[in-house]
Design a protein around this ligand. Structure first.
Ligand SMILES: Nc1ncnc2c1ncn2[C@@H]1O[C@H](COP(=O)(O)OP(=O)(O)OP(=O)(O)O)[C@@H](O)[C@H]1O
Ligand SMILES: [Mg+2]
Length: 324
């Protein structure tokens, strides 16, 4: 039987709403439940998870890692090299390297190409593939992502997903931390997940390489704050995307308001639109503001912080789905 692979994906309309926090803490919680998990940092234009967390780059030999100090030095060294010169890509390995190397869904990368970073102090995972925030790499990503609306690199990401499943039998969950905005690359990646979720409904050819290696269980989340500008834009986008049965779950994060107040104002705002078909509060997840999480990036790692408890039922349902 093909193995079931969970794909959590966190996207948002606005930036800074908690995608990365929920992504890395979900990965930690999945690991604690015995699910081998890797986080793909797909925010190719923003800060890298390697800027935000004490991550260690993979060493030259399997199962070895550079120290944090060495990792920082290697990143500095790469930053002064010209982008993608004839020497190939020196360490540390970024997701960007794989996305520029892959040739589409059909072209497999090898295990030698795909090494995982780890978090200092967390020797059992979760694993990471951070994006590069080196100026030259961001420029390459910018061109790749906007040249064709993100389609090529979204397909390359598909090739990376396939390689991970083939080369790492222990991985049963992949967490995608997407860039803010649900257009271009993010939208294409979400589109790929929809097709993996409903393979019988579209042309399967392009997907066959992915479908033959796993049964994919995509769980995309649209993260928003309670801020009304963000919430309205997010629910508006959500209602349109859901029309195609996206299975996209809104996550209202950092909530300090009473849930009834939140529902009341959404009901008032969308009385003539979304509420005609749907009561969004039946589908959304509310995650309360958690003071522990505020200093997460930059000051702390994820070793001392936990996934907000409001998100645990969602995570446990997903774990059940891939375990049955
Ligand atoms: N439930 C929460 N309670 C309190 N703080 C939170 C919560 N979720 C996230 N945060 C904090 O909010 C800030 C922004 O979160 P995060 O960096 O995860 O957002 P993001 O959506 O990934 O941002 P970007 O779009 O810039 O990548 C971080 O300091 C994070 O620790
Ligand atoms: Mg982020």
């Amino acid at each position: 039987m093909k193995r079931k692979v969970l794909v959590f994906a966190f996207c948002s309309v606005k930036g800074g709403v908690g995608k990365s926090a929920l992504a890395v803490l979900s990965a930690k919680a999945l690991t604690q439940r015995g699910i081998g998990t890797v986080v793909l940092d797909c925010d190719l234009l923003g800060t890298s998870l390697a800027d935000a967390l004490p991550l260690l780059a993979p060493g030259m030999q399997p199962n070895t890692w550079y120290t944090h100090e060495e990792t920082v030095l290697l990143r500095d060294r790469r930053a002064v090299q010209s982008t993608y010169d004839d020497l190939g890509e020196p360490p540390p390995l970024f997701l960007n390297d794989l996305l520029s190397k892959a040739n589409g869904l059909g072209t497999p990368l090898s295990r030698a190409d795909v090494g995982f970073w780890k978090h200092q102090g967390l020797d059992e995972g979760p694993w990471f593939l951070p994006s590069s925030s080196i100026h030259g790499h961001v420029n390459v990503a910018l061109q790749a992502i906007y040249a064709d609306g993100g389609e090529t690199w979204a397909n390359h990401l598909g090739a990376v997903l396939r390689t991970i499943v083939v080369e790492y039998p222990d991985i049963r969950a992949i967490v995608l931390d997407l860039p803010p905005g649900i257009y271009a690359f993010s939208q294409e990646v979400l589109g790929l997940l929809v097709r993996l979720k409903h393979p019988q409904e579209g042309p399967q050819e392009a997907l066959s390489d992915l479908l033959e290696v796993a049964t994919w269980v995509p769980k995309p989340f649209l993260v928003t704050s309670q801020n009304r500008g963000d919430l309205w834009a997010s629910l508006e986008a959500w209602s349109q995307l859901n029309y195609y049965d996206f299975g996209l779950v809104p996550v209202i994060n950092r909530v300090t308001e009473a849930p009834r107040r939140l529902v009341g104002s959404v009901r008032h705002r969308f009385a003539n639109t979304i509420y005609k078909h749907d009561a969004p509060e039946k589908k959304w997840v509310v995650v309360s503001e958690d003071a522990q999480l505020i200093p997460l990036f930059g000051e702390k790692g994820i070793d001392q912080v936990m996934l907000p408890p409001d998100f645990l039922p969602v995570l446990d349902r997903a774990v059940k789905e891939i375990s049955s």
